[in-house]
Design a protein around this ligand. Structure first.
Ligand code: GLP
Length: 248
């Protein structure tokens, strides 16, 4: 099926979050030991809020769910207040009955980044692979921290962050751009595309242009998200603002 046929547009970002939370809750009910791939960023916040509400109401049970987050800043310990690990604790893990032993994260403070990346790939394989990965998209078309470049890495690896990406992550660091790490660890494009199903979320007008390129443009390493066109089971969930350039 062509990517255009796998796009759902909702009136606003809240509805995107609500629909995705309902979809993930259904997936957990159908497969209680599901393995999820999870994103950070502002976009998934409403999704996490809705999912936490469903968990509080008893509509979803996280006790057997396993999670793997997409990425982490290099040099930050899991306890660092600006780490993605802390972000996830605050916005999702503190609100659901997940077993802490089933939360998997790249350790940004690992002494050997390459060994840490290998460990993560093995952990994903040992868990049986990712069943459902939820993705945001950077304004430059990155997914996870796979930045646009002349070549992409297949597996989990160390990345140099682009200035635009560091700027969009500055709010996590009290808007102090100098405090944003220069590098990160990220699942690779192959790791992401190996997930059995993928959902990409984009909301707001600032994502309209990369959404247009994702949907109508060629598959190119200049827009890493365009590789999702190759996935057999991908869905794109947008609000009206992010969809404005693809609606005639
Ligand atoms: C970060 C994350 C990405 C995320 C992107 C978009 O760079 N590494 O996984 O998709 O931010 O963030 P936002 O949702 O805040 O636009």
């Amino acid at each position: 099926m062509r990517l255009e046929q796998r796009i759902s547009v909702f009136p606003d970002a809240r509805e995107v979050g609500r629909r995705l939370a309902a979809r993930v809750a259904d997936a957990i009910r159908n497969q209680p030991a599901i393995v999820l791939g999870l994103p950070t960023g502002r976009t998934p916040l409403l999704f996490y809020e809705e999912l936490a509400a469903l968990a509080r109401s008893g509509a979803v049970d996280f006790s057997r769910v396993t999670t793997f987050n997409l990425d982490e800043f290099l040099g930050l310990t899991p306890e660092h207040p600006s780490s993605y690990r802390r972000f996830m604790q605050r916005y999702l893990f503190d609100h659901v009955n997940i077993d802490p032993a089933r939360i998997n994260f790249l350790n940004g403070a690992a002494a050997d980044a390459a060994a840490e990346a290998d460990r993560y790939e093995h952990a994903i394989a040992a868990a049986g692979g990712i069943d459902l990965v939820i993705l945001g998209i950077g304004t430059n078309g990155h997914i996870g921290f796979n930045e646009p470049s002349s070549g992409l890495e297949a597996r989990t690896h160390r990345v140099t962050l682009q200035p635009e990406t560091r700027r969009s992550n500055a709010p996590l660091f009290g808007d102090d751009l100098d405090a944003v790490p220069l590098e990160a660890l990220s699942m690779g494009m192959g790791t992401i595309l190996d997930a059995r199903a993928a959902v990409l979320l984009a909301t707001g007008a600032r994502k309209a242009s990369c959404v247009e390129r994702l949907v109508t443009g060629p598959i190119t390493t200049g827009l890493p998200a365009s590789f999702l066109q190759l996935h057999r089971d991908v869905e794109i969930m947008l609000d009206e603002a992010a969809a404005q350039r693809i609606r005639s």
